[in-house]
Ligand binder design. Sequence first.
Ligand code: ADP
Ligand code: ADP
Length: 226
Amino acid sequence: HPALEITDLRKTYATGVQALKGVSLTVAPGDFYALLGPNGAGKSTLIGVVSSLVNKTSGDVKVFGIDLHAHRSEAMRQIGLVPQEINFNMFEQPFDICVNYAGFYGIPRAEAEKRAEEELKKAQLWDKARTMSRTLSGGMKRRLMIARAMMTRPKLLILDEPTAGVDIEIRRGMWKTLKEVNAAGTTVILTTHYLEEAENLCRNLAIIDRGRIIEQGPMRSLLAKL
Ligand code: ADP
Ligand code: ADP
């Protein structure tokens, strides 16, 4: 099964805005996939539908062959989500943030602690595991968001504009973490409006504009067209 298969997805908000006007795309297991497009293109709406935060108007979404509409909780168990805003408790330590998150998903304490160490190391945060999160730099906080999402060992990690508004040093640190996550076998999908980011990370991408996919394919062949 593809990691993600979207067929003719449409979303019209209550305001009448048609944010998605029939989007179809397929992401292979193990892929690193970018959804590139300007502000207002529909990227967050698409991510919102796939992560069950936004109700679709019509169309189909399958996650590793599991229909999101018919089997929502099973489909959601495959997905880790990194939202745009940093939303962990600044007065907790990274280690506890990761362990408690796993606990919420029913992962036993010993296993959670083992995973926290692994994920914090991948995110280059192990030396900060016991400091108060409030004192982490902006880049560290964003990498902690990734480590936390990985605690449930999702097969598909989805990130909504993970590096929007951050400087190039922070962005490079996040790219390194994301490359490690993908190299370890997790399918990664991110939205971005930075072509450079897509170019650096992704094997395949879709370019979305005003609710439609206007180009789709391997990064290399799309770059040749630009
Ligand atoms: P859904 O049906 O997917 O839940 P809605 O159309 O009900 O979505 O909108 C969800 C909320 O977002 C509403 O309260 C709406 O007022 C608010 N909203 C409206 N326009 C925008 C916008 N451009 N960006 C973000 N939120 C918006
Ligand atoms: P992107 O993530 O590419 O910037 P969005 O998915 O946020 O695009 O927005 C796509 C379109 O849908 C925009 O016109 C936006 O104003 C509108 N929109 C987004 N969220 C809502 C909402 N909750 N209610 C109404 N309109 C929305």
